[in-house]
Design a binder for this molecule. Structure first.
Ligand code: C5P
Length: 215
């Protein structure tokens, strides 16, 4: 499940995984945890060489329960810390660094392989259908109008203006879509779903129907 920020990927992926008895992986949370580590260790996140030099150091673990998707960094629960404004502002530059992507790609593929022995997994991100697992049984690309995405994200955050949130989303979309390594793109063979007119329950039902058709 790929798509830009605020398209509904997380809630949809978790809901679909829960409905279908599958595991769940939030790859955005992994990029956020890498970013948090860089910030905590005072690495200049705008210096790709400095970030690359430390890309192997953080110890990351992702839990794959859709109802409780944990993420730990050096053994510490960082589920809340990775949602801070400082991490959100720094994550896209960190995610452009090839050494960071290579490190996480390895981890993501290992988690997916293990989950395939356990019934399957819904994985969300920006490059899942294109780079991480192009052989996925079902590929989805979720979008929504920028204004709708910003309104959803602002409601989730419980603070801030919709305008400021929209500017932040568009800034991240721009960096994520234009980077050289694994940019955000519609993967070949993906079903494109515009979620603007639907509420979450409707999007989950539509995706479940698409998955059941393929299986
Ligand atoms: O999904 P979320 O908004 O938490 O992702 C945070 C950031 O991580 C994205 O804006 C993007 O820069 C990066 N990311 C990525 N590739 C992925 C998932 C996330 O580059 N597969």
């Amino acid at each position: 499940m790929d798509g830009p920020s605020g398209s509904g990927k997380s809630s949809t992926s978790r809901g679909v995984a829960d409905r279908l008895g599958l595991r769940y992986l939030d790859t955005g949370a992994q990029f956020r945890a890498m970013t948090l580590w860089m910030l905590r260790h005072e690495v200049d996140v705008h210096d790709p060489a400095a970030v690359a030099a430390r890309a192997g150091d953080p110890v990351l673990e992702s839990g794959t329960d859709p109802l409780d998707p944990t993420i730990t960094l050096d053994g510490q629960d960082v589920a809340e810390a990775i949602r801070s404004e400082a991490v959100t502002a720094a994550v896209s530059p960190v995610a452009t660094v090839p050494a960071v992507r290579a490190r996480l790609l390895d981890l993501q593929r290992r988690i997916i392989s293990d989950a395939l022995d356990d019934g399957g997994i819904v994985v969300e991100g920006r490059d899942i259908g294109s780079v991480v697992w192009p052989e996925a049984e079902v590929k989805l690309y979720l979008t929504a109008d920028a204004a709708a995405r910003a309104a959803r994200r602002t409601a989730e955050n419980g603070s801030g203006s919709v305008e400021a949130t929209e500017a932040e989303l568009l800034r991240r979309d721009q960096i994520d879509s234009s980077r050289a390594t694994a940019p955000l793109s519609v993967p070949e063979g993906a079903v494109h779903l515009d979620t603007t007119p639907y509420d979450l329950a409707e999007v989950i039902s539509r995706v479940v129907a698409i998955v059941e058709q393929v299986r």
